[in-house]
Every structure is written in structure tokens, then in C-alpha cells.
Design a protein around this ligand. Sequence first.
Ligand SMILES: C[S@@+](CC[C@H](N)C(=O)[O-])C[C@H]1O[C@@H](n2cnc3c(N)ncnc32)[C@H](O)[C@@H]1O
Length: 322
Amino acid sequence: MTSPDLPAELKAALDGKLRGFSRSDAAGRAASISRTYRSGGGSGTIRSETDALAYALARMPATYAAVIASLNALVEIRPDLAPETLLDVGAGPGTATWAAAEAFPSLQHFTMLDANDALRTLALDLARDSTRLRNTDYQRGEARAVLAKADAADLVVASYMIGEISDAEQRALAELLWQKTHDTLLVVEPGTPAGYARIIALRAHLIDLGAHVAAPCPHDSQCPLQAPDWCHFTQRVQRSRAHKQVKGAELPFEDERFSYVALTRAPVEQHPVRVLAQPAVSKVEITAKLCTPEGLSFAKVPRRAKANYASARRWRWGDAVN
Ligand SMILES: C[S@@+](CC[C@H](N)C(=O)[O-])C[C@H]1O[C@@H](n2cnc3c(N)ncnc32)[C@H](O)[C@@H]1O
């Protein structure tokens, strides 16, 4: 399992960039960017070097942790997966590229693409002294136009990106993402009902085009959850001093909620059940909400079934269990 904490090289590069910047300016810009996101806007307000750095300090630890959690779930189901090439679409400051580089030592060539100049400049600065990311190419431009000309990659990732484009474009982008995927496509979104709805629409569309789900679902059938329920997971993120300052936060951690889907060209062999919420543990039994190959199930494991109870006690939200 890869750690959800930012790698030391990336932390050092961010700290280096922060020197010479006013933390209160960065905090002000981070607050304004996050207000834009909360009111349904996107990263269009990120225009300057300070904006890009403020965004990275405030959001990169959480989006990085969500991508790592999704990649960890994928690796558990596909332990044989050893991609050599990566395409990071809507790469921003390079978050998913750093995450994939940590999760897959096999990766040798990294291509990022994004329309935002300020984020692209920051991503290149952050990766400049990294030995791991020395074979990195960062294409600038609108995703569909750039993707159309890009080479396909073993692993394609779109992290916190598809929500920034219209529903009609999302369908076309999904097809293009899939076309450029040799092996696995990972799409990660905020763990909100709207983020989940985007994931589920893309999932259904690409299954129709021949994709198979590796994670989180143990099946390629329709999602069994009914609104207002939605499939999402949570990842705890430790906050550094700079992270707390930029967010104006006191707590030493935050919990990032995310939804994701990992789609593969070949059908997966294992179909372990997925734990969809933190199980409720009482003295009598453990109740767990599970997604199974046959659909949704609320399992009750009585304490008297000692061995099963002991293993169910270790279940955590998001785990794949047998
Ligand atoms: C919320 S940021 C996420 C950045 C990064 N993937 C992460 O997880 O931290 C969304 C990114 O998608 C990019 N983006 C949105 N729409 C795009 C488009 N149509 N073409 C290219 N990039 C786009 C934005 O410029 C921005 O960098």
C-alpha cells in the first residue's frame, strides 16, 4: 500500500516555492478559489503564480490522497498491473502524476495535459528536481484537442477534472480517454452526489464500449445504490503547518471524500466484496453495508461466529473483503 502523504520530494518542492511568498496572500487566494469551487465554478480563477501555489497548498494533499487510495484499491485487485506510460488528463499541478509515480515503480514515462498555464508552470517547477519525474512531458491545451493527438498510455488518469466540463463534453471526453487507454483508466471525483453521478454515467457509457470495472465495484452491472444514497469513500489527510495556515484551519487532519472508478480492458479475475460505509460494531453483531457481485447487501456478523466476527472487526470503509 502506498502512503497517502505527499512524497518527501514533492513536500520539499512545495516548501521551496512557498519561500518568498506571503502566507496570508496565499491563504486569501486559497479561500477565494475554494469559494469559487463551492459555488459550482472551476479552476478558471487560478491565473497567477500565487493562485496556483495557493491551490496546490490547499488542495494537493487531499486530491493526492484520494488518487493514492483509488490506486491502492486498483493494485489490490490487479496486483500484476505494471504500467510503463501514464497520461494525466487535467493534470493541474501534477497531483495524479506524483501519485501514480509512487504507486507504480514500473512507470517510466509521464505525460500531463492541461489548459491552465499557471498550474502547468507550477507543475513543471515542482517536478524540475525530481529524479522520478525526469521523463515528463506537459502538453498545454484543451483536453479533447490535445488528447486527440496524444499517444495512448498504459494508465490514464483524470483526477478531479471531468466536473469542470459540460455533461455533453464529458461523454465525448470519456470516449477519448478510453480510446487512449492501453490497459487501465482511473477517474476520480469529489465524493459528492454530483461527483458520483458523473462517475456512474462515465462508468455505464464505457462498459457499453467494452470496459470492465476493476474497482471499486465487484461487478460490471448497474450500480445497485438508489438516490439519495451515493457511492463514495473517505481518506484521512494529515495537515502540515503550511497546509493549516493556507486553509486557516486548526485541526491537524482533514477527511477527503471521493468517488472513483478504475476501468480495464481485460475482465478482472477477482471480485471481492466492497465495504461501502464504516461498519457498525455492537456487542452483539457487526453490521456492514456491502457491494457484492449480486448487488447491495447489509451483512450481519454475530459475535458468536467468533472467526467471522474477528475478521469483520478489521473491515474499514472502502476495503475489498472476502
Ligand atoms: C480541480 S483541478 C484538478 C487538478 C489535478 N488533476 C488534481 O487532482 O489535483 C482541474 C484541472 O482540470 C483542468 N481542466 C478542466 N477542464 C479542462 C479542459 N477542458 N481541458 C484541459 N484541462 C482542463 C483545469 O485546468 C485544472 O487544472
